[in-house]
Design a protein around this ligand. Sequence first.
Ligand code: MCN
Length: 776
Amino acid sequence: MKTATGVPQFMGVRVRRREDPALITGQGKYVADIHLDGLLYMAVLRSPYAHANILSIDTRNAEAVSGVVAVFTGADINPHLARPLPMIIGIDTDDDFKEKQNPPRYPLTTDKVRHVGDPVAVVIAEDPYIAADALDTIFVDYEPLDTVTAPEAALAEDAPAIHGDSNLAYRWFKEGGDVEAAFAKADTVVELRLVNQRLIPSAMEPRAVTASYDPTTESFTVWSTTQIPHGLRGALAGIFDLPEAQFRVIAPEVGGGFGAKGVTYNEEILVPFLARKLERPIRWVATRSEDNVATIHGRDQIDTIRLAATADGRVLGADLKIIADGGGYYSSVTPGIPPFTVQMMTGVYQIPATRAEILGVFTNKVPTEPYRGAGRPEAAYLIERAIDVLADELNLDPAEVRRRNFIPPDQFPYRTPSGAVYDSGEYAMNLDQALELVNYRALRAEQAERRQQGGKLLGIGLACYVEVCGFGPWESGTVTVDREGKVTILTGTSPHGQGHETTWSQIAAEALQIPLEDITVKHGDTAVVSHGIGTFGSRSAPVGGSAVMQNAETVRDQAQAVAAHLLEAAVEDMTLLDGQFQVRGVPERSVTWAEVARAAEGEDIPDALRGKLTADARFQPPGETYPFGTHVCVIEIDPETGALEILRYLTVDDCGRVINPLIVEGQVHGGITQGLGQALFEEAIYDELGNLVTGSFMDYAMPKAHLLPAYETNRTETPSPLNPLGVKGIGEAATIGSTPTVVNAVVDALSHLGIHHLDMPLTSQKIWQALQDAKD
Ligand code: MCN
């Protein structure tokens, strides 16, 4: 594509993902595809009990199995590690966390198990099936303990304590503005208790680790399905008490992560530790059902929100109480998620006073960690549901109540009472576009008519979301133009489905005017990319993309100065056209990138200009970016059966300037599907003994293609002032916007029958039951 001036344009263009041909033809190389001489296989013995003391472990029978190389328990491993698994939120030093506990966690538990799936021993064998079978011959003498899985019950004084004396993991409090005064002068107060149910992240590829150890250099190579290879390298160095340089971490192709692979896991420590001990490479690959109890879960909050409002629907204050179920242990950032919910609890609204309390709780369940959105879907869900309930209470249109409370565009940067600083936003414009595209008025008219005539119930749900993304502290993005005029980008981001190879190439192509096919992007190997932070929190485009842009521009300026010297022209007179540096208006006086690169590295160039065409500055964002948008869902419910059909799903998302509209749409499609999955289908259910009864895809209801509508995606573009690209993230936005939208649509269909809230997932059975109850 070319601009009006004839300069080829690469950003903002629907370039197809260059990653895909290899992936869809089975050429992608995943951790389980790494073949090493002498490879051994690890299988993990996991607790069948949710809560039990370990009295003894007898591994002798397993050791005698033919093909088994060794069996290890925590007693063989934990004492040799310098520290427990990382908990990277500084709960000990952060004074916002009160009444806190920070129990250490080691790769294999030795004293007691705290959830079904808690690892207690490992078998290393010549064959993965022998390793798996040998697990059955290990005898663990468990003393079962009382179990608690519901977080509110876990807080009761007589609840079985999982660590220490109490299951209160921490208490956290924040207040901004005068909340008491807001409630005192309110005409109306609405209160809503929302269960944000536990979800299983379910990436396409279950987790896997392979590691080898080289005794001659005393160094490790670790292949992992991680989103944060550099973070894992740092964690390994800390736990093994060795310099980072002794660890090479490689994230090859990774089949999705959704936040769940941004955590340092037990197996990532066990596999390299045992590879060194046995002096043979080892591989562990989770099965799907193992992954469901060995990889973190998401959400699991109970949120009670109260809004104080005037009679015309202006919200004066909000009061929130969060009970956050962290499961049996803290994992990497477990206590850091609910504060995000507080940070975003006022959504797109100018609410002057807020108060929030979080109670973190241990229960006998898998630990919770970031799952696509991490705390922000919970926030969007509670405020967008509460606004709908307020509109219903005041008999006002939900779109109108939203409009009355929007933060006006002239208020940005806008500081919320809970301390977030929003960079930019145009909320009313965005909502208006969505309402017009969906033909909101006509839908409301149709709904009124249907309510009179009977038949299927029509529901129109909307949500206006805002989220925080683009977290620092920095990201790398080295750009180098070689002597052939080809570009190499080294990025510290670690894509696992987001298409960075395509979009980073577009950014560099735009700045350098070098065709996409001459650009290579390398990532996910700490030996190739020396420093980086990784991919999570929709940070890669705003932070990593900006690093690429910044460095590409530095290289262009460097090259332009060399070109000016070669052409004996002033730098200001140079222009970059069709991949060549030209003296403006004199096309015959031009040099190619290759000529410039060679000259820059040659002998005949002045010292001030000499050097490889490369730049490797890190980009440090001055603040976070706040993407936003409006989602609208139109549904129909059969009142006889509770069966639900989605008639339309429309979005107007705003992620600032767009690098690749095709990839952004893909991200929005995936995000909607995950949010819709939570709203309608998915739930990790435990029985009272702590068994995960939805532990396989037979029972855990993943959304399926035939249950989903065609999505209509649209955009507004409000650039972020905080990075050179003007971009905001899009990786999580649609997950955040879609859950409240769908639930609002369902409740909207039922509200005239006196139904004002239903907890997710909104199965047909639940809807039918609510309809029956409403008749009584
Ligand atoms: N992009 C763009 N224009 C913008 C913003 C982004 O073209 N204005 C492009 C980016 O260049 C990138 C993609 O969209 O190619 C996503 O960028 P970004 O929003 O920065 O998100 P990240 O790359 O940091 O990805 C993380 C985000 C998160 S937090 C989760 S969870 C998630 C998600 O991405 N997990 C995913 N999307 C996923 N997609 C897949 N296929 N698999 C996952 O595990």
